[in-house]
Design a protein around this ligand. Sequence first.
Ligand code: FES
Length: 315
Amino acid sequence: MPRRLLVRETVPEADGVLGIVLVDPRGTELPPWEPGAHLELRLPSGRTRHYSLSGDPQDRAAYRLGVLREPGGRGGSDELHTTPLAGLLLDVRGPVNRFPLVPAERYVFIAGGIGITPILPMVRQVAATGADWSLLYGGRTTTSMAYRHELASLGAENITIVPEDSHGLLNLDRVLSGLPESTAVYCCGPDGLIRAVEERCAALLPTGALHVERFAAAPGPAPRSEAGAFEVELRRSGRVLRVEAGRSLLDVVRGAVPSVTSSCEQGICGTCETKVLGGIPDHRDTVLSDAEKETGNTMMICVGRARSSRLVLDL
Ligand code: FES
């Protein structure tokens, strides 16, 4: 069930980045969350969007979000930047955490642009525990990079800020080479940055050391229309449906189970995660880790398809 929260205020966090502070209208404590978590917001227009929590989990009175205005985007960030939000009530689901901080002896954080939002609470938590950490933070210009001062207060000596206009691109080789095996690497930012980090980590670090979160779907191996047809069995009703090439599994399932939930429909939010009881999923999401995809226990049915002729879902 969504919770209705009040926009207490909005604050400029950087050029093009709007901070949104949400509170319970009755002043009660908000549900707890951990670094990496995000909220699903229903905007005044009815659009739903997902934004990482950037505040302090110890602060149970308010949720803080940072929203980058993307003029060429799908309209959600534009709407938030141009609507007078203070005083509005918004329906909110979550927090949900698909990007949890795992225990490690050392952390390397890499953030590009608005990708700093989930990283900030991680840095805050890790800095408080005394673990070894570093942050490499890139952005277009210094003034477009949110939370610089807050980060500096957590350990300026551990942070390298790289505005592209004056310092060029991030030197990934320098931060990712020669790391001890017990290092956890967290990266959030544009897809190009994430792919560059993935390539280096695949060569330099053990499997599972890298944790990433994307804000948009990564380019997939094949567009949906090229993927072949298959059958899906809905175990609870026993119905068997055909998913034609060019139709999504979610669309077909929704025809038989209208209550099935979805949100991003791009394989990035995790809302449509469904238990797989049989068959081999063809995962196309960026929510599950490689290890989770390997086990095939669940899948994101908004983008996923089948490698076997039939999939059996717990629906
Ligand atoms: Fe977001 Fe499927 S609806 S991952």
